[in-house]
Design a protein around this ligand. Structure first.
Ligand code: PLP
Length: 428
């Protein structure tokens, strides 16, 4: 593409440009392997001397069309798809942090990511410090250690709905010579492009809004290509010194700052862990991307209308949604998400755990699911689902209020969502 196209056009046409007589829609390369005329041809691929495909555990053309579109949407230099959002976040950190290293992560992040960091990656010898999303520059500075390799946060936190001050986190990370990794799942590149605010690596659970139809689990990593690994070569030897498993190539030398991170994640982590997205699922992700700009507009409009309704309802104690002027994150929302945030909000019902259960039981349009960020409205009461084994005191310690409900507005008519909530609230 000669000129940089606008975001809506990239959603529809980015990543794949068919040549004369080729399929208009991206082909699904449902093939584990690829044929070559000579062993020399294939040898060059194994040495990373030539680019091409040889085995779908590492890379597949269908996935790469979709990764390229996502990369264009986020304004990055290179991208890759993974089998899940969990795999994307794991790779994004493990690609630069090893046994003995330390990573700073925002405490308001998705529970699955928190477990990955706090339990599983600790077992791998990587230490984590969790900081408040509301940390000041001074507080953030204090969290750094000589072995810190990255800072991690979410644009809009799942499920707390706080908005991260990406510019501040990027500034502090860069002052300490490490990259900022941002999980942009809830905002999507339609409503926020973290790279424009200084983020270095962007991750996604494409399972959520990007797919949008609850059809396939998937993830993605996009590199901004701006972080100067060579300037901090001692911190990032995996990128700046020879990789013996590829005949001694050095990723930053061979692929430049724009290609080093994603090439290493593909050549080493995909090769060894194999968390590849199936080409069939990549095709669904692409279908989702084609309408992402239309859907996000409606998700955010519905989120705003439902948040306003709940915020004015006498049986609701509090609503967390950055589009409400009374919300703690309103100002950050206006800065980072000027076109709207997303469809997910969290609210507290006045009363007890049982009152929240009564509300949930009586909802007819919104379905009870663990899923979020889907075309269909869904909701979850953590105290009676994901955290049901805990009593009220234990819930409090876990930072979950017994009456908290996470509500994810789909793209239905907002009046139907509001009427549904109104009748269920009457039952309390
Ligand atoms: C769901 C989610 C993940 C995990 O993604 P999966 O595709 O379920 O593995 C990571 N981050 C955020 C913000 C999420 O909402």
């Amino acid at each position: 593409m000669a000129n940089k196209k606008r975001i809506e056009t990239i959603c529809v046409q980015g990543g794949y440009t068919p040549k004369n007589g080729e399929p208009r829609q991206i082909p699904i390369y449902q093939s584990t392997t690829f044929k070559y005329d000579t062993s020399e041809d294939m040898g060059k691929l194994f040495d990373l001397e030539a680019s091409g495909y040889f085995y779908t555990r590492l890379a597949n053309p269908t996935n790469d069309y979709v990764a390229k579109k996502l990369c264009e949407l986020e304004g990055g230099s290179a991208g890759m798809l993974t089998s899940s959002g969990q795999a994307a976040n794991f790779y994004s950190v493990f690609n630069i942090a090893n046994n003995g290293d330390h990573v700073i992560a925002c405490s308001a992040i998705y529970g699955g990511t928190f477990n990955l960091f706090d339990v599983t990656m600790r077992k791998m010898g990587i230490d984590f410090t969790f900081v408040s999303p509301d940390s000041t520059e001074e507080e953030l500075n204090k969290a750094f250690k000589p072995n810190t390799k990255a800072v991690f946060g979410e644009t809009i936190a799942n499920p707390a709905c706080c908005v991260l001050d990406i510019e501040l986190f990027a500034k502090v990370a860069h002052a300490h010579g490490v990259p900022l990794i941002i999980d942009n799942t809830f905002a999507t590149p339609i409503n926020c492009r973290p790279i424009e605010w200084g983020a270095d690596i962007v991750t996604h659970s494409t399972t959520k809004y990007i797919d949008g139809h609850g059809s396939g689990v998937g993830g993605a990593i996009i590199d901004a290509g701006k972080f100067d690994w060579d300037k901090y070569a001692d911190k990032f030897p995996g990128l700046t010194t020879p990789d013996e498993s590829y005949h001694g190539i050095t990723y930053t030398k061979k692929f430049g700052l724009g290609g080093a991170f994603i090439t290493k994640a593909t050549a080493q982590l995909m090769r060894d862990f194999g968390s590849i997205q199936s080409p069939q699922n990549a095709y669904y992700v692409n279908l989702g991307l084609e309408s992402l700009h239309l859907r996000m507009k409606r998700h955010a409009e519905n989120g705003q209308k439902v948040a306003e309704f709940l915020n004015n309802h006498p049986k609701i104690e509090r609503v967390n949604y950055c589009g409400l002027p009374t919300d703690k994150y309103y100002k950050l929302g206006q800065k980072y998400l000027p076109n709207g945030s997303c469809g997910v909000l969290a609210f507290l019902v006045k009363g007890t755990r049982k009152d929240a259960e009564t509300l949930m039981k009586n909802l007819k349009v919104a379905a009870i699911e663990t899923h979020v960020a889907d075309a269909r409205t869904c909701c979850l009461h953590p105290a009676s689902a994901t955290h049901r084994q805990m009593n009220d005191e234990q819930l409090k310690q876990a930072g979950i209020t017994p009456t908290l409900i996470r509500y994810s507005c789909g793209i239905e008519n907002a009046d139907d969502l509001i009427e549904d909530l109104a009748q269920a609230l009457e039952k309390i």
